[in-house]
Design a protein around this ligand. Structure first.
Ligand code: PLZ
Length: 446
């Protein structure tokens, strides 16, 4: 059999040749179960052999529509041509030196790009890491060093990672935290703005959060407030207009560093380079990862120069941080977003998904809320005639979609949200075909 290559040359089609998972995937799954720690679960046990743009091809030759892009990572598509070339070129030159031993230009170029692209008309600095959680950890380290304070405020429904500190910052117990404590101290959780459920204005929701911060933590003890501009794992919850600016204003007035976690929302995902652009304001610090490097592991913290520079030389680093292959991939990925018009594509994807579910909602009120931005869209499913979360329907949809060759991801504190995070390079036809399968799933369960 000839080797299958991924990328845009893969036929963009949904094609099932076996049941899901097929015999080869089942065999691999059995090996996985006896070799890999049980805690490492899989959402859909089809083993990937190739992927590109809107599809992933499994070991049995099934071609599935991919509406997840590896949890919002391969925005430029999988094995995107510029990324493949950049990685191949770099890997043949050198794979690693450790930037903090002997530096290389690509790291500096990525930092320059981030400083230019991240909102904020002030001087910035960046530092690179490997994962989203590591970026968040470092943002907190720097904020504490700068303010000489300890407290960290996080929000209901937040997700910030799986390391000990970030696990404690993440809201949801199962599956992320259960039995894995104790967690780091000085992390305080306050209510967020969740327009579909709290029905509060952004200003009112901010007042609730700020009042709780003042009463339970005290500005004098608080180093940072960190929030996702659209909460990802928590259910694609976008706070009401005015919520983020009000929090930031309070933070600035109280010498508290305001950090936006754009790990999931960043890099063209929402139809802007960064979701903060929708609220028209600039955070003191921004964490990014996922869509930054076309699938290579890379993350970053970018922020005001005076804050970022407050940490002493040698205080930030790590063996693999800002790996040269990942940095070259990032430069190629960022170029692709702009050169290939992917911001506009994300906006188009928003329209397609919104229109599709708005139509469905007319005849099926279990489509409770349609929300999100760009190619970061979600539907919150509820029980008919109420806002009661409908987790059963949500898992039925995910299972039906998998059986029928569509990879979807679910999320939400109440497990009742189906989220759409396709590659920005997915075709309209394939996207609509995938959505059509969801509509079918809803009919079957009715
Ligand atoms: N901050 C906003 O969305 C990662 C988690 C997948 P890492 N979200 C996907 C899983 O089940 O582990 C995420 C995020 C936000 C931080 C992170 C953490 O990023 O690269 O997974 O560490």
């Amino acid at each position: 059999m000839t080797e299958i290559l991924g990328g845009p040359s893969l036929p963009q089609e949904r094609k099932l040749v076996t049941a899901i998972p097929g015999p080869k995937s089942q065999e691999l799954l059995a090996r996985k179960n006896s070799a890999v720690a049980a805690g490492v679960g899989v959402a859909l046990p089809v083993f990937t052999v190739a992927a590109g743009d809107g599809v992933m091809v499994d070991a049995d030759g099934n071609s599935l529509i991919d509406l997840g892009s590896g949890i919002a990572v391969t925005g430029v598509g999988n094995s995107a041509p510029r990324v493949v070339k950049a990685v191949q070129d770099q890997v043949a030159k050198f794979t690693h030196t450790c930037f903090t031993v002997t530096p290389y230009e690509s790291y500096v170029k990525v930092a320059e790009k981030l400083n230019e692209l991240i909102p904020g008309d002030f001087e910035k600095r960046s530092a690179l890491f490997n994962s989203g959680a590591e970026a968040v950890e470092n943002a907190i380290k720097i904020a504490r060093h700068y303010t000489k304070k300890n407290g960290i405020v996080v929000f209901d429904h937040a997700y910030h990672g799986r390391t000990n500190l970030t696990m404690g910052m993440t809201a949801k117990n199962m599956p992320y935290k259960d039995g894995f404590g104790p967690f780091s101290s000085e992390v305080y959780r306050v209510p967020t703005s969740y327009p579909f459920r709290d029905e509060l204005s952004g200003a009112d929701a901010a007042e609730v959060a700020i009042s709780q911060i003042e009463k339970q933590v005290g500005a004098a003890n608080l180093a940072a407030i960190i929030i996702e501009p659209i909460q990802g794992e928590g259910g694609f919850i976008e706070p009401a207009a005015g919520f983020l600016p009000a929090l930031q204003e309070w933070a600035t007035a109280n010498n508290v560093v305001f950090i936006l976690d754009e790990v999931q929302t960043g890099f063209a995902r929402t139809g802007k380079m960064f979701a903060a652009e929708y609220s028209n304001f600039a955070a003191d610090m921004v964490t990014t990862a996922k869509g930054i490097a076309g699938g290579l592991p890379l993350s970053a913290v970018t922020g005001r120069a005076e804050i970022m520079d407050s940490a002493h030389a040698g205080g930030l680093g790590g063996t693999y941080t800002g790996n040269p292959i990942a940095c070259e991939a990032a430069l190629a990925t960022i170029e692709t977003y702009f050169e290939d018009g992917l911001l506009e594509r994300a906006q188009k994807i928003e329209t397609i998904i919104t229109d599709f579910f708005a139509e469905l909602q007319k005849t099926d009120d279990r489509v409770g809320d349609i929300r999100g931005r760009g190619a970061m869209m979600a539907v919150e499913f509820v029980e008919s005639g109420s806002k009661k979360p409908n987790a059963a329907l949500t898992s039925h949809i995910a299972k039906f979609c998998a059986d029928n060759g569509v990879l979807t991801l679910t999320c939400g504190t109440y497990g009742n949200v189906v989220r759409f995070l396709p590659a920005l390079t997915i075709s309209d036809e394939l996207l609509l075909e995938g959505l059509g399968v969801i509509a079918e799933a809803m009919k079957v369960s009715a």
